[in-house]
Design a binder for this molecule. Structure first.
Ligand code: ADE
Length: 220
């Protein structure tokens, strides 16, 4: 899978994609991630990428030209172009599975007070990572990349994400490891029983209980 990210702040991505599972996926050539500064595509003599809004108002608005040209230099027949914006469709695990199956993803990070509405015309979809406002789409695109890279076949064992919270509309069941008792808190006996039917039943019940308490909306 190939992922191109368009941003004005390429340095923000340093470190995030240099560690852990994403780094390993890149090293094993399971994903190719490229960061592009769309300022490099500005035809303005001062490499400007924004301007004042028509109709007045405070702040600056990202202009079409650098983003259009950058997307056009990258887009292929099988590319999907996504704009990160708080007014997009709210991101869910089901969308992560959908995006992980694509060959080529182009993520555009919005910034400043906003972007020229016509930028939406070169996008296939708009995504928000939640009902809050970030300073830009960079962190949102990191969230999306992280959540899809781990689903790419070969990146982690498939059974590790089949039980994930949200995969079956239930939160994940609680996990325990050694020691058996820590500061007076004991691991539930059933997990030490070796009886896989009982263990699976217990885990299912715990997942339902946790979901009912933390996210009852998922059960409706
Ligand atoms: N840009 C600013 N806030 C955002 C959000 N919540 N999701 C995606 N992009 C954003």
């Amino acid at each position: 899978m190939k992922i191109d990210i368009l941003t004005l702040f390429p340095d923000m991505f340093q470190g995030v994609f240099d560690e852990s599972i994403v780094r390993r996926a890149i090293d094993n050539q399971l994903v190719d991630i490229k960061i592009h500064n769309f300022r490099d595509f500005s035809k303005d003599i001062h490499k400007k990428v924004d301007d004042t809004p028509y109709g007045g108002g405070c702040g600056m608005v990202l202009t079409c030209q650098p983003i259009f040209d950058c997307v056009r230099s990258l887009r292929q027949d099988d590319s999907k172009v996504i704009l990160l914006t708080p007014d997009g469709e709210v991101y869910k695990q089901s969308k992560a599975y959908e995006l992980a199956s694509l060959k080529h993803l182009i993520l555009i990070c919005g910034h400043y007070e906003g972007f020229d509405e016509r930028i939406r015309s070169i996008c296939d979809a708009c995504i928000s990572i939640g009902d809050y406002i970030l300073t830009g789409g960079e962190i949102a695109s990191m969230v999306i990349v992280d959540s899809i890279v781990r689903l790419i076949p070969g990146v982690i064992a498939e059974e590790s994400h089949l039980n994930d919270s949200f995969s079956e509309k239930l939160l994940d069941y609680p996990q325990y490891t050694k020691p058996r008792v820590y500061e007076g808190m004991a691991v539930p006996e059933v997990l030490l029983s070796g009886d896989h039917k009982r263990i699976n039943d217990y885990r299912y019940q715990e997942a339902v209980k946790k979901t009912r308490i933390s996210r009852p909306d998922l059960l409706n």
